[in-house]
Design a protein around this ligand. Sequence first.
Ligand code: SF4
Length: 233
Amino acid sequence: MKIFNKGFNFGQDGPGNRLVYHLQGCNMHCIWCSNPEGMSSNGGKEYTIKEIISEVLSCKAMFFSGGGVTFTGGEATIWHSELLKILQRLKAENIHTCIETNGTSPHLMALSDFVDYLIMDFKIFDSEESKKYTGIGNEKIKENFESLARSGRQLHIRIPLINGINTHNPVEFASYFSRFATDNTVFEFLKYHEYGKEKWKTEYKVNNGFVTDECLNEFVQIFRKHNLKLTIT
Ligand code: SF4
């Protein structure tokens, strides 16, 4: 599998101190992507399954405060067959595992059996708009969200808030989520930023995506009214 970045961070990509692998390639093409270098299937450095497993095991002492390993992207599930083997082995070694995913993979449920902490994006409520801004409709994302939520397992949903793209329908988002969310489902809003803008080699197409505190508060209030659990960062 190919990796374009790796390193430790604390509490940003799952709980505790984590070794985070950014896997190369993504099936979406979000116009605000902050890691455009990870989108293409070209690039990154090739690692074998064995190399990753032994690297993770050698870092065991670093996984303090409930930490472990996180696979993100790009889109981690592009590498689902390699990832499944790695996750199975790491679980057998009692390593805490996390994946961050855009939620589009038909293999997500199978992978989730070996994931302790699952973070999934839910970017756009309307499928046509999803296609327009990310290159992919959201039918599979909804299906995966519903199955994962119904399973009652821990699920962390991240919603990037982007002015002019997905901030006009907080009620639609919240009433949909409230039909499936359980006590183990938590939601997080990520305010639009432009940390990755300079890395785009083609035209960056978001115009004034920044959201106001009022907009964020509106989402928070509406989600609370729908009894949805929030994590505020
Ligand atoms: S899903 Fe994530 S990695 Fe893929 S294009 Fe969108 S923001 Fe970038």
